[in-house]
Design a protein around this ligand. Structure first.
Ligand code: FAD
Length: 416
């Protein structure tokens, strides 16, 4: 059995942003990353892939290529945590010890919670950008679509990138206009939520745009079944005593139910909801002081995005490295920064940036970012991917906070 100074669980953006910096600092054989997958996905690109604006290949790299060279990659799954003995257990039975543990294993997609979805996915107009295979079908189905009902769903659970289902709706609506079928198409967005977007500052703008584009929204509608044989999507209306209704579909994009990974939920690290129970300011575990978490699997009450991880990773690394070096310094504090690049057309984007803790905008640029912007679309589609691969994963990009503070004097007063 092996032991490392720092063990990182997960080789997504959360795990790599931390392990790259810490392994560089400590040198070889000190930091292990436990990650089963041979591929690393830049999932934020998947909305563009679904919309036919980017190639899927641009969202994938071999894990070996992005793994920090000074870190030890253990290609296996963690199955159990034993934080009382500072060890984790792997699928192959091996036990790995640590002084410090960082958990970044992402969110689990619970396809089975919608009856018939798993079997229907990727066939006959049923798709989801939340899956590496079916995201490659979305644009094909949009091109084949000849009119009828195009349905879009939003689950009754936490999810990564809560804006992604809406973005796909707007991109599809535009695709139908461009292919000349819009006038024979109903674009219907059925969300289990009560509004189009959680943060009203941006939600109001988005709702107005949906109205202008004749996108029909049904709130409190939770997808519970896909009946692929009859092209019916079945919804439960949670506002109306769980009333069941069926919608015929010719195309359906599903944002599936999600939740904490089972191996975390069943462990001593979990809070009541199943997420890694960390302090929302310091990212340190509330009970086990040598354990940290960031990203989608953490209990941090902000929206789950790679953008949030940029800021989270800076805070986590500050606090972890101070511990490793035995320095008594002031703890860094996370402000809940997250961002949702709301793609509303091929060349249109509303760059929502806010604190998930307060709902207050935390915009980088000294303009009102609620306006539709071509420049923001270019930034998100062409520039941010490069920052992700070359900055965030290498541990050198910890978010736009510094720029925001530098640009603060130029910022117009907000009306909110
Ligand atoms: P992940 O990236 O999911 O990585 C988790 C890693 O842990 C994986 O590599 C996995 O293999 C590994 N793992 C799982 N189980 C175990 C285990 N038992 N043991 C060891 N390792 C394990 N974010 C944005 O910022 N902007 C966007 O525009 C945006 N759009 C999105 C659109 C879509 C369609 C999707 C799906 C996501 C989008 N996101 C966006 C969200 C973003 O991709 C995630 O928030 C981000 O990837 C979370 O990073 P993470 O490291 O926490 O988890």
């Amino acid at each position: 059995d092996q032991k490392f100074k720092v063990v990182v669980v997960g080789g997504g953006p959360g795990g790599l942003s931390v392990s790259s910096t810490v392994s560089q600092l400590l040198g070889k054989n000190q930091v292990a990353v436990i990650e089963p997958s041979s591929k690393h996905y830049y999932q934020p690109l998947w909305t563009y892939v679904g919309g036919g604006l980017k190639n899927f290949n641009e969202s994938v790299k071999p894990m070996a290529e992005v793994m920090p060279s000074d870190a030890e990659w253990i290609q296996d799954k963690v199955t159990e945590f034993d934080p009382d003995n500072n060890t984790v257990k792997l699928a192959d039975g091996q036990v790995v010890g640590y002084d410090y543990l960082v958990v970044a294993a992402g969110i689990q997609i619970n396809w089975d919670k919608v009856k018939g979805l798993k079997q229907a996915l990727g066939k006959d107009g049923v798709t989801s950008n939340y899956d590496a295979d079916s995201v490659q079908k979305t644009y094909k189905f949009l091109q084949e679509f000849k009119g009828g009902n195009a349905l879009f769903t939003f689950p009754n659970s936490p999810l990564k990138c809560p804006g992604a289902p809406t973005k796909m709706t707007f991109l599809a609506e535009e695709a139908f206009r461009l292919s000349g079928v819009r006038d024979k198409t109903n674009v219907i967005y059925n969300t289990a939520g009560g509004k189009i977007f959680g943060v009203d500052h941006y939600g109001r703008v988005l709702q107005k745009l949906a109205d202008e584009r004749n996108i029909k929204l049904n709130f409190q509608h939770e997808l519970i079944e896909i009946d692929a044989d009859n092209h019916q999507a079945v919804f439960k209306n949670n506002a109306n005593n769980g009333e069941i209704s069926s919608f015929e579909y010719d195309f359906i994009h599903v944002a599936p139910p999600q939740g904490p990974p089972t191996f975390i939920k069943e462990s001593k690290l979990a809070d009541a909801a199943g997420w890694v129970d960390v302090n929302k300011d310091t990212l340190r575990h509330n009970k086990y002081k040598n354990v940290f978490a960031l990203g989608d699997c953490s209990s941090l009450p902000t929206s789950k995005t790679a953008a949030a991880i940029t800021a989270e990773s800076g805070v986590l690394k500050h606090n972890l490295i101070a511990d490793i070096q035995g320095k008594k310094v002031e703890q860094a504090v996370y402000d809940g920064y997250t961002s949702c690049p709301l793609i509303v057309g091929r060349n249109e984007l509303i760059l929502a940036e806010f604190s998930g803790y307060t709902g207050q905008p935390l915009e980088t640029f000294p303009v009102d970012q609620r306006g539709i912007s071509r420049v923001s679309q270019f930034l998100n589609k062409e520039v941010i991917p490069a920052i992700y691969w070359n900055g965030l994963l290498k541990g050198t990009w910890t978010g736009p906070g510094l720029f925001r503070r530098m640009l603060d004097p130029l910022r117009p007063k907000r009306d909110n």
